[in-house]
Design a protein around this ligand. Structure first.
Ligand code: GLC
Length: 748
């Protein structure tokens, strides 16, 4: 579409309306650093789902009109716009950060419809059906050396340059290969990084969308969507961390979780009875592998009816859970959205009576198939439906459930995809599946989070498979059905780093791999690579080799225990980072490029990562490897195991026999640690250990009760530690909670 000449500019408050001959464009100054550009092809007053409340802050900005052009200037960003919706974002230091592409997309491989049909019949995926322009589309100039990060859970390497992806939440049980267009999550946020500049772009549109990051051409990248608005938020920043801070300012940050939720969890889709769960729990303790929960996958329900409990296989309601609780086990269960079609089943009856399920185009309740057979889909976009769903958790909490794992909420369906015209709502507005699909998991997580917070009074543990931008406020995520293959272990690092840079600070993969059979070496390397994950769970599918560590012999148990214990040792460091993340939005697991952005050795570094700023982890992710090359960035780094010190900005070779995960601590830092326990709550954490790296070091530490919301009222401690010439100096930056009885120093 041609926008035509820029005719008129009208500024009201923080909104600048720009009239082109054929289209209006609305620019909103959200903060000094964030500018929204809305092309309301669809709805001018679109109410964002990702962004809640009114994020705009007062800002002094100027609007300068010149014939056929307008300049909008905040203290941090300058946007110039001219005829035909040409634009450039810049700032006072640079001439160009992000520019519209002045040209058309080039389709080199246009195929006939017949050819597309044949290819698709054989199972090939042709992006967008065929190379074509999308209904909503924006092309941007691509600069040499420009790289991209973020974009959620997409497969492939850390740097997204050269990939093309789609946002359409998809249940993919097949192997997740490198150039998969979409997985379970839609987070249309990308961080652009070029020589001397950094920016973020968030495309707030929940319809099926497309992001080609230089695959089609080396001259441009583009965003496309099947419907909705072009609704983009441009964020500037001096560095990647700034951009993440702005993005999470907009879409929200993960709230502080309960401490135990960060511990180890054991799961299998295939623990089919009370006895299975008890046996695994007993063996976890017998082998002295710390563990918080043996999770309840779908078999605990009566015929997969959500919010029920199968007393035949799992015993009287509450009994198993309360008995295991005596040994420190918390209960976490799966809840899928699909409600079994079954007259007499309370969820189905209530939902039908109140008209809470989605309808088809003929206005009949829409039915598809998931685990329980014929099932119906709650219309989660409606507040009333979410409230009903939230309240339904009371049944589970009464049985003793403490955490909820939301699955199949893409939404998945076994009898073909849900037609795009299935009727759903967003608030009171009637809409359809095409708009709601990518936010279905978001709304479900929101309901679950609110229900669990209200009923338990504790910080809820919600884990979701499907989500949209902003779901981090309500739920942690896991990366879905990976497989027991080395390429998936390798992918864990870029995938979790990119999820982390997309706001999801609490995330993990199924340790050992969900599908396929794991093996001793893979499992040992997996527990090492996952050791600093904020969601730390071994999970696998029915029919696959049993995956608890003891299935593989004593040696595996020993190595496995060593790393689960290590995770518990570093729990206070992980918790500290999550506390900070509420202010900065920064994740726990970070790619090196986040802190060493000008060091080109970090630009495409896929096989090591930082934990916070001060710990570098370089797992072995290749079969048969017992030594590996590690890149150490600027600074001095101390090997956690050997205490050997290395100066950075170079590659080194480290020994990594099967029981060694190479870890380096940055000189000058202090890392808080605890003694490992069998589960959080086994003993009070009254001793804090400080790992002091170097003769002169600094660190901080956050402490609270790890459970409820009292910290918001000030019930917490914030320590600042300075270590100099053998002396530790402790200052309390905030004191509102019972202090440790002792603080010990371990010098590295
Ligand atoms: C889905 C989930 C998996 C779960 C299974 C059965 O495949 O991704 O984690 O075990 O369903 O509920």
């Amino acid at each position: 579409m041609e926008f035509g000449k820029l005719l008129k500019v009208n500024t009201v408050d923080n909104t600048v309306e720009i009239e082109f001959e054929n289209q209006q464009v609305i620019v909103q100054v959200i903060t000094d650093e964030i500018i929204r550009v809305l092309v309301p092809f669809w709805k001018k007053d679109y109410q964002s789902i990702a962004i809640e409340g009114q994020p705009s802050l007062p800002c002094d900005f100027e609007v300068i009109e010149d014939e056929g052009a307008v300049q909008i200037k905040t203290p941090a960003v300058i946007l110039n716009m001219w005829d035909d919706f040409g634009f450039v974002f810049t700032d006072k230091y640079r001439d160009e950060i992000l520019t519209s592409y002045n040209g058309q997309r080039r389709f080199e491989n246009t195929l006939s419809d017949e050819a597309v049909g044949l290819l698709e019949a054989e199972g090939h995926h042709i992006q967008g059906g065929n190379h074509q322009n999308y209904k909503v589309q924006q092309i941007f100039r691509l600069n040499e050396g420009e790289r991209f990060y973020g974009m959620g859970d997409k497969t492939g390497f850390l740097n997204k340059r050269g990939y093309a992806y789609e946002n359409w939440n998809s249940d993919i049980p097949q192997i997740h290969h490198e150039n998969m267009p979409a997985l379970y999550k839609s987070i249309p946020f990308v961080i652009g990084k070029g020589p001397g500049y950094t920016y973020g772009l968030f495309f707030d549109n929940t319809f099926h969308s497309y992001m080609d990051m230089g695959k089609e051409s080396n001259e441009y990248f583009y965003y496309g969507a099947d419907d909705g608005n072009l609704d983009m938020y441009f964020m500037t920043g001096e560095c990647i961390a700034d951009v993440i801070e702005h993005y999470t300012y907009l879409t929200g940050r993960a709230p502080l979780p309960q401490l135990w939720t960060l511990g180890y969890h054991q799961c299998r889709w295939g623990y089919e009875s009370e006895n299975d769960i008890r046996t695994v729990a007993k063996l976890m303790r017998q082998h002295k592998i710390p563990c918080e929960s043996v999770q309840y996958d779908i078999d605990y329900m009566e015929g997969f009816r959500v919010f029920t409990w199968d007393e035949k296989e799992y015993g009287p309601k509450g009994k198993l859970i309360s008995e295991l609780a005596e040994d420190g086990f918390k209960a976490v269960c799966i809840i899928d959205p699909g409600v079994k079609v079954d007259k007499g089943y309370f969820m189905y009856d209530q939902g039908v009576k109140k008209d809470y399920f989605a309808h088809d185009s003929q206005d009949k309740i829409y039915v598809n198939e998931v685990w329980p057979g014929d099932s119906v889909y709650p219309d989660f976009g409606r507040e009333e439906v979410r409230q009903w769903w939230a309240d339904s958790h009371k049944k589970l909490v009464d049985m003793g459930m403490q955490g909820i794992w939301n699955d199949m909420n893409e939404p998945a369906s076994f009898n073909g995809p849900l037609p795009l015209d299935v009727k759903f709502h967003i608030g009171d507005r009637l809409t359809n599946h095409a708009e709601v699909h990518n936010v279905y998991g978001h709304f479900m997580s929101m309901a679950t989070h609110e229900g669990m917070a209200e009923i338990t009074g504790k910080r809820p543990l919600v884990i979701t498979r499907a989500c949209y931008a902003g779901t981090q406020k309500y739920s942690a995520v896991w990366t879905g059905d990976n497989q027991s293959v080395w390429s998936h272990l390798q992918m864990l690092i870029p995938q979790l780093c990119n999820l982390g840079m997309s706001g999801f600070t609490i995330a993990g993969t199924d340790i050992g791999g969900f599908g396929g059979d794991t093996n001793p070496e893979l499992l040992m390397r997996w527990i090492q690579a996952a050791c600093f994950c904020t969601f730390f769970r071994n999970h696998c599918a029915k029919g696959q080799k049993l995956q608890e560590p003891w299935q593989f012999g004593e040696n595996v148990v020993d190595v496995y225990r060593k790393y689960v214990e290590l995770h518990y040792r570093f729990l206070p460091y992980i918790y500290d980072l999550l506390f900070e993340s509420q202010i900065t939005g920064l994740p726990v697991m970070r790619p090196l490029v986040l802190h060493y952005e000008n060091d080109e050795n970090t630009f495409n570094l896929n096989n090591e990562f930082l934990v916070g700023e001060n710990m570098l982890v370089a797992p072995v992710v290749e079969q048969g490897v017992t030594k590996r090359m590690v890149y150490l960035p600027d600074g001095n780094w101390i090997n956690y195991w050997t205490k050997e010190k290395f100066s950075g900005k170079k590659h080194i070779i480290v020994d990594a026999p099967i029981d060694v995960l190479p870890i380096f601590i940055k000189e000058g830092s202090i890392i808080p640690m605890y003694e490992p326990v069998q589960y959080v709550g086994e003993k009070p954490y009254d001793t804090l250990k400080l790992l002091v790296a170097g003769d002169s070091a600094w660190g901080s530490h956050y402490q609270d009760n790890g459970e409820d919301f009292e910290y918001i009222e000030g019930e917490y401690n914030l320590y600042s530690f300075t270590y100099e010439n053998g002396n530790l100096d402790t200052a309390m930056l905030h004191q509102g909670y019972q202090k440790y009885t002792s603080i010990e120093v371990e010098k590295l």
